[in-house]
Design a protein around this ligand. Structure first.
Ligand SMILES: Nc1ncnc2c1ncn2[C@@H]1O[C@H](COP(=O)(O)OP(=O)(O)OP(=O)(O)O)[C@@H](O)[C@H]1O
Length: 277
């Protein structure tokens, strides 16, 4: 059912509370993954994935090495297509639109879905130009508008005060933790709905890690965040829901409190208590 149809239904059948509440539930889902399978050549990396990701929540994806976490994340902005041997079946709906359908232009998708990687990867440019890069590609040339976007994005990523007097300096001169917040600011500059984060703190020291974790908590007020992490304390600290992946399957997906206190599946319990992985 498309979002428009959902909204129409709300106004048409607002005397039927069950339909209204079902429609409201649908509106809160940003990604709806249905029976997703993915192969790299012969390797069956994702198996029958069914996940509904809520808007404006932090969703953590945990699981042992090689279980398909990054692959799943990279299907959500279609980065996985860069691997020529990839084949997928099933469906991923982004707010009611099928993203695997080639009529959904990948450039369009990536204006809605930004990504932050494991290692900070600023461009070899000034701090200012790193942030202005995306907006310029989208045709924004007005200096005043760009200045505003740069400041807003850097403030949004809690790094403005540290860099406001050195915007023309090369981004490589920043510390690792600052570079990662700069990369988050660069993502914010394109005003996405969703931010994908692939182990964003694994290359950072504990202090920078905490800053990013605090930032994620702030960002979820405005964005839907999906974060792959090996750090279970981190998943427990910052996420609302957690999906536990194992051998390409989702073993369990639930509220984070539940996953970490009363998991349904023994394999989840074994993993979070450190018995494997
Ligand atoms: N480009 C690729 N070509 C072929 N196989 C791949 C490719 N990328 C990943 N795979 C395989 O797909 C499976 C899932 O890998 P993926 O990187 O998604 O796991 P992961 O859970 O993110 O692992 P890690 O925690 O180590 O990063 C693995 O068997 C991996 O070897």
């Amino acid at each position: 059912m498309s979002l428009l149809t959902v909204k129409e239904n709300i106004s048409m059948v607002n005397n039927d509370t069950s339909v209204v509440s079902a429609a409201r539930r649908d509106e809160q889902i940003v990604f709806d993954t249905k029976d997703l399978n993915l192969w790299y050549g012969e390797t069956h990396a994702l198996k029958d994935i069914n996940l509904k990701i809520n808007e404006k929540e932090v969703t953590a994806i945990i699981g042992p090495s090689g279980c398909g976490k990054s692959t799943y994340l990279k299907t959500l902005n279609r980065m996985v297509e860069l691997v020529p041997i990839v084949r997928t079946t099933g469906e991923i709906m982004y707010k009611g639109r099928s993203i695997l359908d080639k009529s959904f232009k990948v450039e369009d998708l990536r204006t809605h879905v930004g990504m932050v990687f494991q290692k900070p990867n600023p461009f070899p440019k000034s701090i200012y130009d790193n942030i202005a890069y995306g907006p310029r590609i989208h045709g924004i040339r007005n200096k005043k508008v760009l200045d505003e976007i740069v400041e807003k994005s850097l403030r949004g990523a809690y790094i403005w005060d540290e860099v406001k007097d050195r915007l023309k300096e090369n981004a490589y001169g920043l510390s690792g933790g600052q570079q990662q917040r700069l990369c988050i600011a660069r993502t914010l500059a394109i005003e996405p709905d969703v931010i994908l984060m692939d182990e964003p703190t694994s290359a950072l020291d504990p202090k920078s890690t905490l800053k990013i974790e605090d930032l994620v908590q702030e960002l979820k007020k405005d964005y839907s965040i999906i974060i792959v992490t090996h750090n279970m304390q981190q998943a427990a600290r910052i996420s609302d829901r957690t999906a536990f992946f194992l051998n390409g399957e989702v073993v369990e997906f639930d509220k984070t409190d539940k996953i970490f206190t009363k998991p349904e599946d023994n394999r989840t319990e074994d993993y979070i208590s450190g018995r494997f992985g």
